[in-house]
Design a protein around this ligand. Sequence first.
Ligand SMILES: Cc1cc2nc3c(=O)[nH]c(=O)nc-3n(C[C@H](O)[C@H](O)[C@H](O)COP(=O)(O)O)c2cc1C
Ligand code: SF4
Ligand code: SF4
Length: 273
Amino acid sequence: MKVLICYFSATGNTGQIAKAIGGRLGQMGAQVDYKDVTPLEARQEPVGVEPYDAVIIGSPIHSMRSPRLYREWLGTLEGQGKRAAMFFTYGGFQVHPAPYDLRRRLEERGFKVVASATFPGAHTYNLAGWQAMGGRPDQQDLGLAAEYAKELYPRLNGQDPAMVGDLNSGPYTEEQLDEFESFRFKMAAMLPNRQGEECQMCLLCQEQCPSGAMDAEKGEADPSKCIVCLQCVKDCPDQALKVGDMTPFFQVKMEKDQETAESLRKKRGKLYL
Ligand SMILES: Cc1cc2nc3c(=O)[nH]c(=O)nc-3n(C[C@H](O)[C@H](O)[C@H](O)COP(=O)(O)O)c2cc1C
Ligand code: SF4
Ligand code: SF4
């Protein structure tokens, strides 16, 4: 069986799970190719799924859905009736309706969605003062990803004809979800910038930015393009890019969602088979 694993991963969590799933499938005899579509150039051309028996789509959760750029790119795929499985990484808070939303989009593109899974990952905004899911995915999360691959194998090759079960559509309308997403991009304090810090002008932040938003010379992100993925903040070799402190927002969110450091730490991934 030949499997393509596509993923978007600005800060690496989703990529780690992709490799754990692919590694196990490989051990079981599958030929696995990876397509990391985080870089802007990687999304310039649609990817053909013809050479593959099945496809696995990995995504971080951004404001309860897959990142906007990734959703747009996924809309260019032609499923041709192939089997597809999904997986997500998230920072400890709302998971839904991301799996429901992505399944709908993949089915619209002609895929048959056979399974889904969610895995906790260090919250991107730990780079802005949060403390959610530090150190994740850990060995246990990666072990669950390998178990997911084992369960997936017969579904991807059609031996097991089952499709993914019911997924939670969540309480929000599409318009509300669009609003939550765009609200975050409008928070100027969240946009990465350089305020006089030493910078070797390596251009990495500009060259790697998934949305083409970063101007390395100015040390500023274009608010109309930036998706606040914080890849530039994480990867800057001089740690010269900063974002506003989100700690107060995090504390309010913890109370609102009735979460504690302990309850977040205890969260584990889930398989939807
Ligand atoms: C813009 C943005 C929105 C996010 N929204 C959510 C969310 O709704 N729920 C959640 O639990 N985590 C959320 N996160 C955290 C990420 O889902 C999590 O850190 C993920 O593992 C990052 O994956 P990556 O390292 O592959 O980029 C968000 C992160 C970003 C950057
Ligand atoms: S990645 Fe950091 S060091 Fe490199 S150009 Fe950007 S801000 Fe400067
Ligand atoms: S400028 Fe925005 S979109 Fe680009 S890497 Fe930085 S946070 Fe991500």
